[in-house]
Design a protein around this ligand. Structure first.
Ligand code: ADP
Length: 441
């Protein structure tokens, strides 16, 4: 810090000494003249710097640039230095504020919820990226506009006008399928904050859960009603002929087995959803799992189809033997159940750098394109009566899909009505070891 008074005294002293010397040398009048000229020079200098400061402060079009200030002379050097220091401090503080604001913006854009800040007249002051997505807003373009002009949904406008808006409002958009839970909270006197949360997924899961319960209840109710009806019949007719009784018992047994299969499949699905991912340490031979599934399919077909095992890679697969086996059995059981007698079913395996593909091809009725994407949904059937007739639960392909997903794979379905179907289990080659090109015929 340069002190103010010493340079002022030094300059005044110089002027007085010069005037005194001039007075002694050339007479008193010269001395006065020299003193006046010296003082005028000092005043001129001060006026010059004063004008500089005024000009600098009045810089139009943005912040005054500190580099434009002169170095200064005498007491002005202290003034300019102090101004420079103050300016630097303010710039540092501003930079720090900008950094904090940036961090805050980044944090709010990472939030899963939308935030809109409204002023006392419900005009948009600021919104985060999520709110922009939810309501198609732009933080820059829409700043200062009334929120009711930007979000024109009548339910929202009515909600905004409510005195008590503590209960969230549910806004659903039919076209995009977006469902929002919106809440308006007061803060800082009359200002308000609009919070929005995307609950579309939650709603979808809830709808699926309700559908699932309705489906399971329906699937169990049908055989239960049949069994209850037969039992009543048996109780009402104690003298029923033996042959008729045996027929009814067989039908009841059939319905109970159907319920049992359904419950077994439901338990399998639930296990697949809750158990840890299959370990990579368990390994089994691809050939062994395919052989077992084909033998089972032959028993199920009871000679009604020709079931042929084509080429198969000699390889080991790392995953859950039981799960992969049951997925393949499900595909083979479908092929046997849907392919008419005399049809042909082929099983083949192929291994390349990307995947191990195990496929089951049949000469059955085939499936129309519009059904294919939905086949792995629980209880989705192309032909309900055909599925039930053949003992289907509607859960087989859902189980296959889950098993494959747990192993990092997926199910590929190719089918055309009248031209049969090919269901392929696509499994990652990274889980295959002992790669040998030999194929088993
Ligand atoms: P389901 O127990 O009814 O067979 P899935 O989940 O195994 O249930 O199969 C779903 C639906 O896919 C079946 O109802 C059937 O309509 C169709 N489907 C499955 N496999 C075949 C196939 N090989 N040929 C024709 N349709 C099939």
């Amino acid at each position: 810090m340069i002190s103010f008074w010493p340079p002022v005294f030094v300059r005044l002293t110089i002027v007085l000494v010069v005037a005194l010397v001039a007075g002694v040398a050339f007479g008193a009048n010269f001395g006065y003249l020299a003193a006046i000229a010296g003082l005028l020079l000092l005043i001129g200098l001060h006026l010059y710097y004063l004008r500089k400061v005024m000009g600098w402060l009045a810089t139009s079009g943005g912040e005054p640039d500190i580099a434009e200030l002169p170095a200064g002379y005498g007491a002005w050097a202290g003034v300019f230095l102090a101004l420079r220091q103050r300016e630097r401090r303010e710039r540092d503080q501003q930079a720090e504020l900008e950094r904090m604001l940036h961090r805050f913006m980044e944090a709010t854009s990472a939030l899963p919820d939308g935030i809109i800040i409204l002023d006392a007249s419900d005009r948009v002051e600021w919104c985060n990226a999520r709110a922009s997505e939810h309501f198609n807003l732009s933080a820059e373009r829409d700043r200062g506009f009334f929120v009711s002009n930007l979000i024109r949904r009548p339910a929202f406008i009515e909600y905004l006008g409510r005195v008590d808006a503590t209960e969230p409002l549910i806004l659903s958009d039919e076209t995009s399928g977006l469902v929002l839970s919106v809440q308006v909270l007061p803060f800082q006197d009359l200002r308000r904050i609009v919070l929005s949360r995307d609950i579309s997924q939650l709603r979808r899961v809830e709808a699926m859960r309700q559908d699932f319960i309705a489906n399971v209840s329906h699937e169990l109710r049908t055989p239960l009603t049949v069994v209850a009806g037969f039992l009543e019949h048996l109780v009402d007719m104690p003298d029923m002929p033996r042959a008729e009784r045996a027929r009814i018992e067989a039908l009841m047994l059939d319905q109970s087995r159907r319920m049992r299969r359904l419950i077994d499949d439901l338990l399998t699905l639930s296990k697949l959803e809750t158990q840890d991912a299959p370990s990579l340490t368990e390994a089994f031979s691809v050939k062994s799992v395919v052989d077992e599934a084909v033998s089972e399919a032959r028993v199920l077909s009871a000679g009604r189809h020709s079931i042929v095992l084509r080429e198969l890679p000699e390889a080991e697969f790392h995953g859950a033997h039981e799960e992969i086996g049951s997925a393949l059995e499900n595909l083979l059981s479908n092929a046997v159940r849907y392919t008419p007698e005399g049809g042909k079913i082929e099983v083949r395996g192929a291994l390349d750098a990307d995947a191990l593909r195990l496929s089951v091809t049949d000469t059955g009725p085939g499936i129309a394109a519009e059904h294919i994407p939905r086949l792995t949904e629980r209880f989705y059937r192309v032909d309900k009566s055909r599925s039930r007739e053949t003992g289907g639960t509607g859960l087989g392909l859902a189980i296959v899909k889950h098993v494959l997903a747990r192993h990092g794979g997926h199910l590929d379905i190719r089918s055309e009505p009248m031209h049969g179907s090919t269901f392929t289990m696509v499994l990652p080659a990274a889980r295959v070891s002992a790669l040998a090109a030999d194929a088993v015929q």
